[in-house]
Design a protein around this ligand. Structure first.
Ligand code: MLT
Length: 279
């Protein structure tokens, strides 16, 4: 473990920074923290410098006052990451991997700071905005978490995060996910849910993303299903530079990096190696 603390105005970000080689940025999902990438961090650090932050409000990272009421747009999380990369003296274009909410953030990085990215791997994520019903459910969870003073209401997501087979055969993994969710703070949950509820539909802008791209999806993902990620890969490929591969991960639902870590690591490693080879 090589945890570092980056102070940035009112915000403080915890980041795991380890290994050596060309950098890979791993952006976690909701309502999790950087430890969801534990297997990938251990496997990739021998070949890459692995940078795995806790987004603002999650894990060891702190919100700015009022974030929980106002909500944090995906572009705010992305801006935090650009400042953090500068602080880490990472000047070269990097490979970023975003899982689910981390994917929403990674797409903002790619669209707003295109020079920062050499490669973009989108894992179990969506480019579309929420339907009205999902928006309402997010606001309801944000309010419930703040009322409870903890992340308890977010535990209800577990059945959707993991494939049914994972839940049946890997109760240890389900418990690990539960522990990660349970240690998140109400404020972090509320800020992210309010921000995700109003995130924009970026499908029409995916062809503006210049970085080499890859899509990864758990075959049984119920939140960002393979068909939807296939559509994203097609839209990303529209810029016409190169094909965008969709890697389907067997024996995995939404949380593919934890459900089938070896297969996700292999996909990331091959993609990042190729991105840096082409440089
Ligand atoms: C995640 O895994 O980050 C969440 O499912 C994202 C979301 O709630 O849209």
């Amino acid at each position: 473990m090589a945890l570092r603390q980056f102070l940035h105005g009112d915000v403080s970000l915890t980041v795991e920074d380890c290994g050596s080689g060309p950098p890979i940025l791993l952006i976690h999902g909701f309502p999790l923290d950087h430890t969801m990438w534990q297997s990938q961090i251990e496997a990739l650090r021998s070949q890459f410098r692995v940078v795995a932050p806790d987004l603002r409000g999650f894990g060891g990272s702190r919100l700015a006052p009022g974030d929980e009421d106002l909500g944090l747009g995906m572009e705010h999380y992305a801006a935090d990451l650009t400042a953090m990369l500068q602080w880490l003296s990472i000047g070269e274009p990097i490979v970023a991997v975003g899982f689910s909410m981390g994917g929403y953030v990674a797409m903002q990085l790619a669209l707003r700071w295109p020079k920062l990215l050499r490669g973009l791997a989108l894992c179990d994520t969506r480019a579309a905005a929420d339907a009205e019903e999902s928006r309402a459910a997010r606001i309801k969870m944000a309010d419930a978490a703040m009322q409870a003073g903890n992340s308890g209401p977010a535990l209800a997501m577990i059945p959707k995060l993991l494939a049914e087979r994972t839940r049946q055969e890997r109760p240890d993994l389900a418990e690990q996910v539960e522990r990660i969710i349970a240690r998140q703070r109400a404020e972090g949950v509320a800020a992210a849910q309010r921000g995700m509820a109003r995130r924009e539909d970026v499908r029409g802008r995916l062809d503006h993303i210049a970085a080499h791209s890859l899509c990864i999806v758990g075959r049984e993902d119920a939140i960002s299903p393979p068909a939807e990620m296939h559509e994203m890969a097609v839209l990303l490929a529209k810029r016409g530079e190169d094909d965008v591969q969709l890697v389907e991960i067997e024996h995995a639902g939404h949380l593919s990096p934890m459900e089938n870590p070896a297969a996700v690591t292999q996909a990331i490693q091959a993609f990042a190696t190729e991105c840096y080879r082409r440089a």
